[in-house]
Design a protein around this ligand. Structure first.
Ligand code: FMN
Length: 420
């Protein structure tokens, strides 16, 4: 259970914050809401008050009937200053949706309403979920403001890409879905105590990348993301803070896991590189394209124009895992996955272990029945410098548990070796 302070600013996506409150309270958290004046034109305070069971505040000079207490707390004897007391009690402060205007204020330290004053006073983790028109999101001012906040340690979520509120418009700027917001909030909370991976930050890649040929076609692979999601679920259950970089995964999202959506190898590379330095464990389960069309055709290639044969020149994509291995720091544990066919699979895994500076490679022979892509089961060999561990055909959840057991053993050995 956590105390979540939610700041709602004046964007069209404010209605999604209602669903977030419903999900958060259903998950056992307690929530207080502060709104900007403009946001009241989009969603009324009465809705948030009803869902949270607590008063909603807008103005710093307004008296808080709950005296800064969350619904699980007894109000103090005195009347504290709302902006100080609310963030003092909060475990996390989420601003969602965050308008371009509010982001600019946060970046510049303005404190002209309760939402921004509270942010300035906050010592708990702050998560900002932008939502705006794609032009506003891409504007140099917003880009700089977001960079400032991130450099200051604020978690600024990537907005979703797709249909925007204004009629007919598409692009980057959608507020992440309520389940994703909750996952992002839970990801920054101190992990539930008692888990064997308590406090560890785990970065997982999952799914299969798609490399566009033209506006409608792509070169892809059969990875469903099941193995990566099983790893993420298992790590979260063991108390880790988990982020999954998900390439085209159509599976249900775990609210305890932060999900970053990507499509191509290049997007996956950017997402993983941005999060790599902050992670303790990297589990690279995504099937990342080795080659992509060297040129993406404008529009859709027409068959009557192309003729009977279409030759698509392919170029190599960067090796994301090798790049991350090259810049690894002490204390990190890196696990790669190798989908191979035939007798040489394990030997290949061992070569990959050395070449990419990994701690373990999970090799699966994708030609075997019940193993590899798009099935709920897998059979793998986990290759480490010290030996090999075969995991017979079983559920991907069990395979994930075996992989994380190996990670725990590797980390125990590494920390023993690091001791003077
Ligand atoms: C219908 C409508 C929708 C809007 N949606 C957004 C939005 O999604 N994101 C955004 O940054 N601004 C949006 N705006 C502009 C903000 O409401 C405006 O910048 C306002 O000053 C934000 O105030 P606040 O940040 O204090 O809530 C919208 C304005 C209108 C009239």
């Amino acid at each position: 259970m956590a105390r979540v302070l939610l700041g709602v600013s004046g964007g069209i996506a404010a209605y999604k914050a209602l669903e977030l409150v419903r999900l958060a309270t259903a998950a056992g958290h307690v929530v207080r809401v502060v709104q900007t004046e403009t946001s009241l034109s989009f969603v009324g305070a009465a809705s948030f008050a009803a869902l949270t069971g607590a008063p909603v505040l807008t103005d710093e000079l307004e008296r808080d009937p709950a005296r800064g207490a969350f619904p699980d707390q007894a109000p103090p004897e005195h009347d504290p200053l709302s902006h100080l007391e609310l963030v003092r009690n909060a475990d996390v402060y989420l601003v969602a949706p965050a308008t371009a205007n509010t982001i600019a204020k946060l970046a510049h330290g303005l404190a002209d309403n309760l939402l921004t004053s509270a942010a300035l006073a906050a010592r708990c983790p702050v998560v900002v979920a932008p939502a705006m028109n794609d032009g506003m999101w891409a504007h140099a001012a917003t880009v700089a403001n977001v960079a400032t906040l991130r450099a200051r340690g604020v978690t600024v979520l990537e907005p979703g890409v797709g249909r925007l509120a204004s009629k007919g418009e598409e692009g980057a700027g959608r507020l992440p879905e309520p389940g994703e917001l909750l996952a992002a909030v839970e990801a920054v909370l101190p992990a539930a105590s008692g888990g064997p991976m308590d406090g560890l930050r785990v970065l997982v890649s999952a799914g299969g990348t798609r490399e566009p040929i033209d506006a409608v076609r792509y070169v892809g692979n059969r990875s469903s993301g099941r193995m990566g999601f099983a790893l993420a679920d298992e790590a979260a259950a063991r108390g880790a803070r988990v982020t999954v970089v998900a390439a085209n995964v159509a599976l249900a999202r775990n609210p305890r896991v932060e999900v970053v959506e990507v499509e191509t190898a290049a997007e996956l590379q950017v997402a993983c590189e941005a999060r790599f330095d902050g992670c303790d464990v990297l589990l690279m389960a995504a099937a990342v394209a080795d080659f992509r069309p060297a040129r993406v055709a404008d529009g859709k290639l027409k068959k009557d124009v192309v003729g009977d044969e279409l030759a698509v020149a392919m170029e190599r994509t960067p090796d994301v895992l090798a790049g991350l291995g090259a810049r690894r720091r002490p204390g990190q544990t890196l696990v790669g996955f190798a989908a191979e066919t035939g007798d040489e699979a394990v030997a290949y895994g061992r070569r990959k272990l050395a070449a990419k500076r990994l701690d373990a490679v999970v090799v699966n022979d994708v030609a075997r029945p019940g193993a590899g892509f798009d099935v709920p089961t897998n059979e793998v060999t986990i290759v480490t410098a010290g030996g090999e561990r075969h995991v017979a055909l079983t559920s991907k959840g069990e395979v994930a548990a075996a992989v994380l057991d190996t990670v725990a053993e590797l980390r125990a050995v590494a920390s023993a070796e690091a001791r003077p």
